[in-house]
Design a protein around this ligand. Structure first.
Ligand SMILES: [Zn+2]
Length: 121
């Protein structure tokens, strides 16, 4: 288990980071970032998992590996379970990934409900 804030690994059984109080995440969820922290870069944060998965799918379609992980932010006690989802890609892919993400963001949200905008296959 790993703290997504501090990037410290804890033994199994520990559920909360002793330093910052964040919920720990399974090691495999954090694997890419842990193994090669300097190779991965956060290209976006999302509050909705479906949104993060949508971007991940689009990146995957473009041949770009990406990973994401979530943390519950204890700085928002009133909302209960405020989640932040970080999407990471390898640094060499960052520029391409940002283009894809910006392209998606430039589409109006309404378009996502009905017909799909043109996609690059
Ligand atoms: Zn921590």
């Amino acid at each position: 288990m790993i703290c997504p804030n501090c990037e410290y690994e804890y033994v199994d059984g520990v559920k909360v980071c002793a330093d910052c109080g964040a919920d720990l995440i399974p090691t495999e969820s954090f694997e890419g970032n842990l193994l090669h922290p300097s190779d991965w870069i956060v290209i976006g944060t999302f509050s909705e998992m479906y949104e993060a998965e949508m971007y991940k799918a689009n990146l995957s379609g473009a041949g770009i590996d990406s990973i994401f992980f979530t943390k519950k932010d204890r700085n928002f006690p009133l909302s209960g379970s405020w989640e932040t989802i970080k999407l990471l890609v390898k640094k060499p892919d960052a520029n391409d990934a940002m283009e894809i993400i910006n392209d998606i963001k430039n589409r109006t949200p309404e378009e996502n409900t009905g017909e799909r905008p043109d996609e690059n296959e």
